[in-house]
Write a protein that binds this ligand. Structure first.
Ligand code: NA7
Length: 289
């Protein structure tokens, strides 16, 4: 019999993950703070839990994928939180992006009640979530990852075991810092070209044939040229990740000078944005200054 899966957090990433878990035939219980968002998955066969605790108590394997550290603390330790419901021998997989320190705190709380824990943030965006092709960066024990891999296969395609709990989040923060810097650098180059009266698409064409070639040119440049900033990975979440990376650097006693500059630039765009925008909206920085 297939293990029963729980899923807390039905945002841009969680909702398509839920749909793929159902498609793969896993019995699924979901919970989301805004209850209406559970309706679509309920129509596809998911049970809707009354609280995070209720979702956890029904699950052999529970996923959480919520916005940020306070959201994760709320669903785990808040009113009728999931930790109070998790059964002995079950597995908690947190796919939110949070601090490595919080991941280690969750790991300790799980160990205290004989629950296994993996920090397993993802990359791939909404596109990867919809296709079931997410890439997981995992911190935790190999035997736990092996145990849940058949479930992860329903939502992802690669699973990197990076070290003990916290290591998944550490690598995720470093990766998103690099992505934020790449897209910011691309925006600066585009602005330099545009403000000089040269067509910005020409820069992309040349970059595609040069050593500067990178996947962000395929994924983000077309939207930056069209100035379509519909959120795939919202800027507010990228800003949260840069902040978490800066905090980790401070704990480690190292400086991230370009990270600090990127934090400033993304913050300015967020402050000026009138709606939720993708982080590619960093290309609109110059409209605001
Ligand atoms: P979204 O689309 O912003 O979704 C965020 C989810 O987190 C959504 O289900 C929210 O519920 C939930 N949330 C936010 N705050 C809380 C609190 N305080 N309590 C309970 N639930 C909460 O984000 P994504 O799906 O794109 O990303 C999720 C994570 O993956 C994030 O860490 C990214 O950096 C990577 P709501 O529907 O608003 O009630």
């Amino acid at each position: 019999m297939k293990p029963r899966v729980g899923l807390i957090g039905l945002g841009l990433m969680g909702a398509p993950m839920g749909a793929n878990l159902l498609k793969a035939g896993f019995p699924l219980t979901v919970w989301n703070r805004t209850a209406e968002k559970a309706q679509k998955l309920a129509a596809q066969g998911a049970s809707v839990a009354k609280s995070p605790q209720d979702a956890a108590s029904q699950a052999d394997v529970l996923f959480t994928i919520v916005s940020d550290p306070p959201a994760l603390e709320e669903v785990l330790w808040g009113n009728q939180g999931a930790l109070a419901g998790l059964k002995k021998g079950s597995v908690l997989i947190d796919s939110s992006t949070v601090s490595p320190a919080l991941a280690r705190r969750v790991s300790k709380a799980c160990a205290d009640q004989s629950v296994d824990f993996l920090d397993a943030p993802v990359t791939g965006g909404t596109w990867g979530a919809e296709k079931g092709e997410l890439i997981f960066m995992v911190g935790g024990k190999k035997e736990v990852l092996d145990r849940v891999e058949p479930i992860l296969q329903a939502v992802g395609k690669r699973f990197f075991l990076l070290g003990p709990n916290g290591a998944g989040q550490t690598v995720k923060l470093a990766m998103n810092l690099i992505l934020a810097l790449e897209v910011e650098a691309l925006a600066e180059g585009l602005e330099l070209v545009t403000s000089s009266g040269v067509e910005p698409a020409k820069l992309i064409e040349v970059l595609q044939s040069s050593m500067g070639r990178a996947a962000v040119l395929d994924v983000k440049a077309p939207f930056m040229l069209k100035r379509d900033f519909t959120p795939s990975f919202p800027l507010r979440l990228m800003l949260k990740d840069i902040r978490l990376a800066m905090e980790l650097a401070k704990e480690n006693g190292i400086e991230l000078p370009a990270g600090a500059a990127a934090y400033h630039a993304y913050s300015a765009v967020k402050a000026a944005a009138k709606s939720d925008v993708d982080y590619a909206a960093i290309a609109s920085y110059w409209k605001k200054n």
